[in-house]
Design a protein around this ligand. Structure first.
Ligand SMILES: NC(=O)c1ccc[n+]([C@@H]2O[C@H](COP(=O)([O-])OP(=O)(O)OC[C@H]3O[C@@H](n4cnc5c(N)ncnc54)[C@H](O)[C@@H]3O)[C@@H](O)[C@H]2O)c1
Length: 279
């Protein structure tokens, strides 16, 4: 899919990662200039290098979405390189398997087995870190970048939600709570920033094997875990998502001529996962 994004300058956090990195590559292919941001400098450089190798324009910026100072520094670098920006994609986020219960439901076996994570083992600082990364890691860049978005033409923000945001998924309690908060934040920002003409939407992907969930979705030999098989069985299209499955919606949202009146939504791209409760 190709749309004309030659009038767009996009800031994408987490763009050293699988999903947001692919966003950056596709937006650049459509003509957008891209600021590729990630806490992992090498990963950000890799995405930016791929964009430049394709003939696109990109800068890599190492920064931490949990630090306002770091994001303010990053913002200055984007303005110095491109003069401004009109799209913010809050792509940084993810879960941590260490704060996910080993089993779907409470079991005495998990309580007794030191190798399993039971309800009682859920680590509070790690829980906070997952909520922070997803929620504050979306809020902080938004607070910083609205300063420039408010001066831009057709400004917009795209957040990353999840299937875990509508009803909580088993095991991933911190992540589910954080993603539910992303839906609420998306609505709140839509209303609050409405007077600035900034559109705010969120993409809610189904299940994609990436860096942040690899340990939960695949075995060390690369085969799918029983949990992944359960996801596939529950997905009407019978497969996991591929990063390119999100690109149609992303480009549609970025193209204000196509989606200029779409605002305040959380849109699933899930192969039909949400259509069935599984029974
Ligand atoms: N993979 C899925 O199935 C899935 C489903 C729904 C939603 N999502 C969401 O999509 C987004 C992208 O995730 P992904 O699956 O591509 O994961 P990923 O691990 O491949 O990418 C996440 C990137 O964020 C970066 N990051 C982590 N902490 C950061 C920080 N403090 N500051 C800046 N960058 C930081 C990481 O270095 C990494 O490159 C996340 O919000 C995730 O929750 C993923």
């Amino acid at each position: 899919m190709k749309v004309d994004l030659s009038d767009k300058i996009a800031v994408i956090t987490g763009a050293g990662g699988i999903l947001a990195g692919n966003f950056a590559v596709h937006m650049a292919k459509c003509g957008a200039k891209v600021a590729v941001m990630d806490i992992d400098q090498a990963a950000a450089e890799k995405t930016a290098a791929e964009i430049r190798a394709n003939g696109g324009e990109a800068i890599a910026i190492a920064c931490d979405v949990l630090s306002k100072e770091s994001m303010e520094e990053a913002e200055k670098k984007v303005v110095a390189a491109f003069g401004g920006y009109n799209i913010l994609v809050n792509g940084a986020g993810g879960n941590n398997i260490k704060v996910s219960t080993t089993e779907d439901k409470f079991s005495q076996k998990a309580v007794d087995d030191p190798d399993m994570i039971s309800f009682f083992d859920l680590d509070i600082p790690l829980f906070r870190r997952v909520v922070d990364l997803n929620l504050m890691g979306t809020f902080i860049p938004t607070q910083v970048f609205v300063k420039g978005l408010r001066k831009a033409e057709h400004p917009q923000i795209i957040n990353m939600s999840s299937m875990s945001s509508y009803t909580a998924l088993t095991r991933v309690v911190a992540y589910s709570n954080a993603k539910a908060a992303i839906n609420s934040l998306t609505q709140w920002l839509t209303v609050h920033l409405g007077p600035l003409g900034i559109r705010v939407n969120a993409i809610a992907p189904g299940f994609f094997v990436t860096k942040q969930n690899k340990a939960m979705m695949t075995n060390p030999d690369g085969s799918l875990t029983p949990r992944s098989q359960k996801v596939i069985d529950h997905t009407p299209l019978g497969r996991m998502g591929e990063p390119d499955d999100l690109i149609g919606l992303l480009l549609f949202l970025c193209d204000h001529t196509a989606s200029g009146y779409i605002n305040g939504t959380v849109i699933p791209v899930d192969g039909g996962f949400m259509a069935t409760p599984g029974v």
